[in-house]
Design a protein around this ligand. Structure first.
Ligand code: AMP
Length: 307
């Protein structure tokens, strides 16, 4: 089963209460690809990098079955750079710097070899570029999942709303759901957003888990209570990669299977936050992922014996 992933491949500078890194590989598509490659052996990446992006990182992704034919390299410009600082609760952060660099004139081209993919993960990126990828696909994928962020709601809301009309699943955090819908109640926000295009909506609530909405149904998955959250950067993208990776692997896009996919995404995200950048994701294997999924099952399973 093949999956196209689109998004940034970047350098990040991150400060959390536990430490600071000035330059580490990041980017929405990087995290999505690392997470999804555990489930799909044909991840087709679309992104753009500058001369400074490490070759070893591309090799590492390739060794996991990630195709990089759609990753454009600009030899005289730097890669996208983002810098953020987390507050003490780690659920909120301030963006300090967003340097578009190569992203400023990115015009994604879908390689011929990517056509026919059944799943599309639109990672966080300019909405216009997400739209351009959708428009280039000759056959509409079975499922289109979109991630975005407040940054694009602030500067490109109309474009974002246009992409929303084309996607099946939208992933946002609680603050973004409120911003997009102008509603305080998340239930009202979800109802409104689902009239904008997506039939399914996932609202991520950081250490408080995630909600999946569809029609009148809602499913809640907790986040695993971890002793140490080192760096939440990329947790959302990693969640997205695990979510769509599971759906693509099982080829089942029902609401029931999306519940499982949310647990898989949460398990992947719980590993991501244990180290800076995507480092921890490179270490985990299938057995680790299974044991974390088992921990989730334990976390929420209970019997009620009413007498
Ligand atoms: P997350 O923590 O899941 O929201 O993702 C953080 C990653 O997204 C970082 O590695 C950044 O490089 C990347 N990122 C930050 N801002 C943007 C943006 N405006 N567009 C695309 N990617 C971004």
């Amino acid at each position: 089963m093949s999956l196209i992933t689109v998004g940034t491949m970047a350098f990040d500078a991150i400060e959390t209460p536990f430490g600071k890194v000035d330059k580490i590989v990041g980017g929405s598509a990087t995290y999505v690809a690392y997470a999804a490659s555990n489930f799909v052996n044909d991840v087709k990446q679309i992104s753009i990098i500058g001369y400074d992006f490490p070759t070893e990182e591309l090799e590492e992704l390739k060794s996991r079955g990630v195709k990089v034919d759609g990753v454009e390299m600009i030899t005289d410009k730097k890669s996208f750079f983002w810098s953020g600082k987390y507050h003490t609760d780690m659920n909120t952060r301030d963006t300090l710097v967003t340097d578009l660099n190569v992203l400023a004139d990115f015009n994604p081209i879908v390689p011929e070899s990517y056509q026919g993919a059944e799943f599309l993960m639109l990672g966080n990126l300019m909405p216009k570029l997400q739209m351009s990828v959708i428009n280039q696909l000759k056959v509409r994928p079975k499922l289109i999942v979109m991630d975005t962020m407040n940054f694009w709601m602030d500067i490109a809301l109309d474009d974002l709303k246009e992409v929303l009309t084309k996607v099946d699943v939208l992933l946002v955090n609680d603050g973004e759901a409120r911003q997009l819908s102008n509603e305080v109640s998340l239930v009202k926000a979800a109802k409104k957003i689902m009239t904008m295009g997506p039939k399914f909506l996932i609202i991520k609530k950081g250490e408080h888990g995630a909600l999946l909405f569809h029609e009148n149904h809602v499913f809640y998955a907790p986040a695993l209570p971890l002793e140490e959250v080192f760096d939440p950067t990329g947790a959302g993208d990693t969640f997205a990669g695990g979510f769509i990776g599971h759906l693509a692997k099982t080829k089942d896009i029902s609401f029931e299977n999306m519940k499982t996919a949310i647990i898989v995404g949460s398990a992947m995200a719980s590993y991501c936050v244990e180290k800076f950048g995507p480092e921890r994701l490179k270490e985990v294997n299938k057995a680790d992922i299974q044991s974390r999924i088992d921990e989730f099952v334990q976390l929420v399973s209970f019997d009620i014996d009413l007498v």
